[in-house]
Design a protein around this ligand. Sequence first.
Ligand code: GDP
Length: 228
Amino acid sequence: MTEKDVPQVAAVPSAKLPVFHVQSAEFVAAARRPEELPPPTKLEIAFVGKSNVGKSSLLNKLLNRRGLARTSSTPGCTRQINFFDIKSVAGLELMLVDLPGYGFASRSKGERKEWAELIEHYLLERSTLRAAAVLFDSRRGFEAEDADALELITEHGRVSRKPPQVVLVSTKIDKVPARDRPKLEGRRIDERRVVPFSVEEPETVDSVWRALLKAADLWPLPAAVSAP
Ligand code: GDP
């Protein structure tokens, strides 16, 4: 058999590693009142957005665990702050923090006050909060309540820390007609780039991870943690 006869095998492209290669992810705490918040032990990235914006769906994709962050249809879980401890294969540890969704017109005044106190307490006082994702539905656009959330996060608060860096995420982009996608992809709000996301488009998980890690000052990952 000559060299020419040897069947040529096309090089198999090496499987692309995810930006954050999840090794473990677990739900570790829930808080309904400020005094129930767990001790601040790790860097935290918080997630805020209107109820039904797709926050749990995004969290499940980032955590790479189906159903770990429960969706808004789960009764009783929407008024608490949920903490997820996450570790990458390379040893990077973080806490992803799911804040209760805003925009419940049907809630009583008392409930809304309780909610605002909890959220404000967390956003303004948490010493380990490094970055926050503000989610909005691509079809509805960035609305007044989203702008309020952004403003709250970027206030300095009462602790001596930098205000957390914000990542704006426009969710459910698969529902946007193809002709409107380019507009969405280059979009900026308040000088901030908007990161498009859809549960239907796996590559968008990586772009959200990259934006979050950059915002948290963790990107590019140090050599010690970028390779398993
Ligand atoms: P949450 O209330 O913000 O936690 O929102 P959920 O994650 O529970 O999502 C609300 C609804 O939107 C559910 O029916 C999801 O299946 C749906 N949803 C979430 N993300 C997407 C997405 O990227 N694309 C589409 N088409 N639907 C989505």
